[in-house]
Write a protein of this length. Sequence first.
Length: 417
Amino acid sequence: MSGTLGIDFGTSNSAAGILQDDRPHIIPLEGEAPTMPTAVFFDYEERCMHVGARASAALLAGDEGRYMRGLKSLLGTRLMRESRMLLGERLDFIDIVARFLAEVKRRAEAVSGQTFERALSGRPVRFHTGDARRNEQALVDLTEAYTRAGFGEVSFLNEPEAAALANRAALQPGDLRLVVDIGGGTSDFTLFRHGGADEIEIVASHGVRVGGTDFDRRLSIARVMPQLGRGSEIRHAFGKETHLAPNAIFNDLATWAKIPFLYGPDTLRAATDLEKHALHPTRLARLVKVLKEELGHDIAFAVEEGKISANDPRVSDPVIQLDMLKKGARLSLPAEMMARKLSKLADEIGEAAETTLRQARVEPAKVTHLVFVGGSSLMRVVEEALTHRLPEARVHRGAALTAIVDGLAMGTATAFP
Ligand SMILES: Nc1ncnc2c1ncn2[C@@H]1O[C@H](COP(=O)(O)OP(=O)(O)OP(=O)(O)O)[C@@H](O)[C@H]1O
Ligand SMILES: [Mg+2]
């Protein structure tokens, strides 16, 4: 029997689900876990591509190869169509996303015993905030990746609308609920209410390209990159004057999706040059080490872990652990420092929620519930930015990591009439 697979292709994590006896059913793609990291690793020794937790494990074990995470952020950009040689094949990033999705399909079929000719995929309301052309291109890119992955047909559902579907059971007549889905790459909002019988009525949806990977980036730039020479003084090749090290390398190194692009001879040469002319070369020597030993993702993981621990009220002395630079190296990340560094991003998220309400001409006081989903909705700065703007709304925590795939599974019933 050929069916429809619901796929939540996330910036950080992905999941798959189907409808079974009228109920959503998550298909575990990796052991028992309901989600798997959206990550790939081209293993140069075994000459194959690993996906998910296996890919991240290979990276952390220091295996020889190329790791990629955050690929969803590249959709719609010119980088998607750039090709490169990987394990003897010329591949572009659409191929790489396609191979990831093909593996999701293969595993879902193996676990469920069904075949899936069609996919109902989630999508952020906006892949790119201020650029309509890029936003459209992102959907073209993702559609092409599904086609190359072997799906005959693909349809899309806004991710927060899927989460609204998954939360319809708790809905009462008179409720006006706002889904707040804060993921790795985007923040997405859907205002919805009872639509009679088992239905929901979508009142408005909106989104902004800010998510947990942007939190990681901001914290890395503020806390880690100065240790690698960001803001260092560099002597001019001739004369005594100095200038500041250019920010571009550091900004890319702090950005999950951009890290693999730094591992080439040009960037290494530029960094070595900076080290040579730096007034205080110790920090830039660390940058050279990171590029040579390809430690960019290890740093990104360390920053992400630091962020999660600084957000956890039970952790009294949160740190970013940088053993990959030097055994025992660590940078403190007190909760109030993190809140300060992330306040602008949290405000952008809060403002996007207000825009959603404005689109629907709804006063904030009319919203009865805030339904938090997505991994980054667990961030206190996010919760505060929203509860501050909608103080009357009751906070309801949905299944943070699985509400969207549940809703997509439910959506498969009507996606292909
Ligand atoms: N306990 C936690 N505290 C704070 N942040 C967390 C926690 N757990 C996960 N995150 C963050 O949540 C993000 C991943 O969330 P999620 O899996 O919902 O994103 P995604 O669906 O892959 O991304 P998107 O929907 O934006 O494409 C990551 O940035 C991760 O660091
Ligand atoms: Mg998501």
